[in-house]
Design a protein around this ligand. Structure first.
Ligand code: GRF
Length: 203
């Protein structure tokens, strides 16, 4: 499966996916990396790994739809079959999401459906949860609400700060995304309605 990775920042999840895609028999080929921010550090990292990487600066477009049209053209032009969002921080219109229905994944730093949205680690700590983690899901128009492909759980420890919890979750993300993408790209995770049947959904 040819994938396009969407980033907005450092791209650490992108790096873990680039490394995984180099493994023998990994069912994914990375066609391109696209960032909505020209200053995203991940762009240079992708290029250093020999992967075509472009910036499509959303600020240069008069509308969300116009930006998405350019993004779509870049992805389709690169022969992308599966879009992989990895720290992509732009809200997508329902039209764009539906044009990639069941062919777009995202990783979210919480155990969905808990803690949708931003500042997930601070909110988890404030809620006093003892288990946190991350989720790879199929993207649907409603934010952080698509069918769950796989999840990884981490403990919340006494004295944890937002930073220490974020670091622990991020390490889990770097394990989870390569696993979840392989599952999804190889047909090991089948969407039935709004749920995914995946017997390896817990990492
Ligand atoms: C990760 O925590 C991811 O869960 C969230 O944004 C962060 C991206 O980090 N969507 P990186 O750009 O992959 O390092």
């Amino acid at each position: 499966k040819r994938i396009g990775i969407l980033i907005s920042g450092r791209g650490s999840n992108m790096v873990s996916l680039i490394e995984a895609a180099r493994l023998p028999d990994y069912p994914v080929e990375i066609a391109c990396v696209v960032s909505n921010r020209p200053d995203a550090a991940g762009l240079d990292r992708a290029r250093a790994e020999g992967i075509p990487a472009i910036a499509i600066d959303h600020k240069l477009f008069p509308s969300r739809e116009a930006f998405e049209a350019e993004l779509d053209a870049a992805l389709r032009g690169a022969g992308v079959e599966l879009v992989v969002c990895a720290g992509f921080m732009r809200k997508m219109t329902a039209g764009f999401v539906e044009s990639w229905r069941d062919a777009m994944l995202n990783i979210h730093p919480s155990l969905l459906p808990s803690f949708k949205g931003l500042d997930t680690h601070a909110r988890a700590l404030a809620a006093g949860v003892k288990v946190a983690g991350c989720t790879v899901h199929v993207v649907r128009p409603e934010l952080d609400s698509g069918p769950i492909v796989a999840q990884a759980a981490v403990p919340v420890l006494d004295g944890d700060t937002e930073e220490s919890l974020a670091a622990r979750v991020l390490a889990a993300e770097h394990r989870l995304y390569p696993h979840a993408l392989k599952l999804f790209a190889s047909g090991g995770a089948v969407i039935s309605g709004e749920r995914v049947e995946a017997d390896q959904g817990l990492v």
